[in-house]
Design a protein around this ligand. Sequence first.
Ligand code: CUA
Length: 285
Amino acid sequence: MLAAAGVIWTIVIGVAIYAVRANPKPDEGQRGSRLVIYLGVIFPVVALGALLTYGLTLMPDLRSPGDGLTVAVTGEQWWWRVEYRSPELDAPVVSANEIRMPVGQRTEFILESADVIHSFWIPPLGGKMDMTPGHVTRLVLEPTETGTYRGVCAEFCGTSHALMAFSVIVMEEEAFARWLAEEAAPADPPATPVAERGATLFAQVGCGACHTVRGTAADGVVGPDLTHLASRATLGGGILPNDPETLAEWISDTEALKPGVLMPSFGMLPEDDLDAIVAYLEGLE
Ligand code: CUA
């Protein structure tokens, strides 16, 4: 593009210098109009028409979903509901705030919104796409390199719009298949006495009214699925590191970390109860 722009710039400047220095001759008026018709009308119509035709022939291929994975993502204020669908799965696998994809394959995203307009954007992998309530949009992405990327919401959607992110992990095909099989499994039972107490408290306090932990009585669908929370890199919709201290802070002071969030802060919990719940959740690999 730089080379083409350089050539065009040189021609334009050359013509401008010629126009300033040339002596007008009597028949220049007619020659001038011919020049305008050929270079100003016919040339752009032919050149842009050819480029448009070429672009349109590329489109069906760029938009075709391939036969790989489908990931349904729903934007919510202010987090992401994620559902993996694949012919190899018995049932869709529900997760949140993190998307994993196999490298070198077309993954089709089915994008929806539960409340207001959001926009799904993974800048290193492709363009953004609006998530509109009551209307399904689609986006096909084909990552060419493994790695961890950051995705964001790219449409103002309320108080914590800037705190609505997610991580994207592009994996080798085999590693991804292994991970998806693990993600489809129910939650691990608590492994320590503290975690066991945490699981009991999790149920008593009512966390299960909003959150699902598959394999337990917790089956709420208001908030993010927590079945494999500990395997995710981030907390709170891609904004915080996933470690025990931060998780305790998130549970006890949610509103301060994400203004306007639907989840109430559980600051009234005694510290050792909070620690037990954190121990339980951080064991959900
Ligand atoms: Cu969702 Cu901005």
